[in-house]
Design a binder for this molecule. Structure first.
Ligand SMILES: [Zn+2]
Ligand SMILES: [Zn+2]
Length: 361
């Protein structure tokens, strides 16, 4: 058994670089050499402990593209039946579904009631801030189509699957609709991209950072609104643009609680408000429930994309990588030992997408 490096969250707010064992793949599984581990906004909430109890110490990272180092016994294809061999690039859905719980079997829904997001750092481990990820049997991985740029795939990490899951569960954007997206990080940019592909008439992005708003335009936003303007001014700009009945769809991709009452306020008559970004933001916010009734609003949330959403995201990214600057969304790269800086930069909102690149010493 050889050793490799990994970023370990020993306990909340305590990150170390560890030498960890490299385990052979189990039958049905795979050992993958990480090419890029995506740094996700959720990782910041995991780091601080806000996201709940974890089996500490854990290896961070739930988004990855890697190269197959070794396949477990019996594995000759990915989870969509595509032949796969050592050396191929793969992307994965980071949760094993048990297929033996009410959610999996009866509802055909995620999250699985027996799912395990993270594993103890001393055990075979699929955390992606590492030299290797050990993908257990049942963890769905997909071979990158030939020519797919790993950066274009990891740029939208779990964000594009989350958005596809959200529109799947809460209602897709229809041709000619107007959409407001709160937050232009990876989730918001993905929401803009899919709205654009769905034929939205207006797509308005709201964010604090000019570099993110510029990217929102590149992904298909028709207008941008700065969070530096006050809420009344933001609402005026949105309503001036979409007409008096208000936006058909508002997507929360901001990840901060005050976005919620503003999103309810922005949603138009008969509108839908889709909450995607508040996964790690624990707390409450006041709204007027009467608004939901009088404006006939639908407020819905979704999380835990299914393997099919990862598959869709992979193939969408591979197809769109030359039409949209997807790879350019990866604005920062950090080594395994620099994970704390990567998380700090992500928390400050100065990155569009950061990745952990094990080739950086
Ligand atoms: Zn299950
Ligand atoms: Zn993520």
């Amino acid at each position: 058994m050889s050793k490799a490096r990994a970023t370990v969250l020993v306990e909340p707010n305590r990150i170390e670089t560890w030498d960890v064992p490299v385990f052979d793949p189990e039958p049905g599984g795979a050992l993958v050499r990480i090419v890029a581990g995506g740094v996700c906004g959720s990782d910041v909430h995991i780091q601080t402990g806000e996201a709940g109890v974890m089996p500490f110490p854990i290896i961070l990272g739930h988004e990855g593209v890697g190269r197959v180092e070794k396949l477990g016994a019996g594995v000759s294809t990915d989870y969509a039946g595509v032949p796969v061999k050592a050396g191929d690039l793969v992307y994965w859905a980071p949760i094993v579904l048990c297929h033996r719980c009410h959610s999996c079997t009866v509802l055909e829904e995620t999250p699985c009631e027996n799912s395990q997001f993270f594993e103890h750092a001393g055990k075979p481990n699929w955390g992606s801030y590492a030299d290797f990820a050990w993908l257990p049997n049942g963890l769905a991985f997909f071979r990158l189509p030939d020519g797919a740029d790993p950066d274009a795939v990891i740029a939208l990490g779990c964000a594009l699957p989350t958005v596809l899951r959200g529109y799947d569960r809460c209602g897709p954007v229809r041709m000619g609709e107007s959409v407001v997206v709160q937050g232009a990080g990876p989730v918001g940019l993905s929401a803009i991209l899919v709205a654009k592909l769905s034929g939205a008439r207006e797509i308005i992005a709201i964010d604090m950072h000019d570099n993110r708003l510029a990217m929102a335009k590149a992904m298909g936003a028709t207008a941008t609104v700065s969070l530096k303007d006050n809420a009344a001014e933001r609402r005026r700009q949105v309503y001036d643009r979409v007409a008096a009945h208000g936006p058909d769809v508002v997507v929360e991709a901001a990840g901060v609680l005050p976005a919620f009452p503003e999103g309810v306020d922005l949603a138009g008559n008969h509108g839908r408000y889709i909450i995607l970004g508040l996964w790690g933001a624990i707390g409450t916010q006041p709204i007027s429930p009467r608004d939901l009734t009088t404006r006939n609003l639908t407020v819905a949330g979704a999380t835990f994309p299914k393997p099919k959403h990862y598959h869709q995201a992979l193939h969408l990214a591979a197809r769109l990588q030359h039409d949209y600057p997807l790879a350019a969304l990866v604005s920062h790269r950090f080594g395994i030992a620099e994970a704390e800086q990567a998380l700090a930069a992500t928390a400050r909102g100065e990155v569009i997408k950061a990745v952990i690149d094990p080739e950086i010493a």
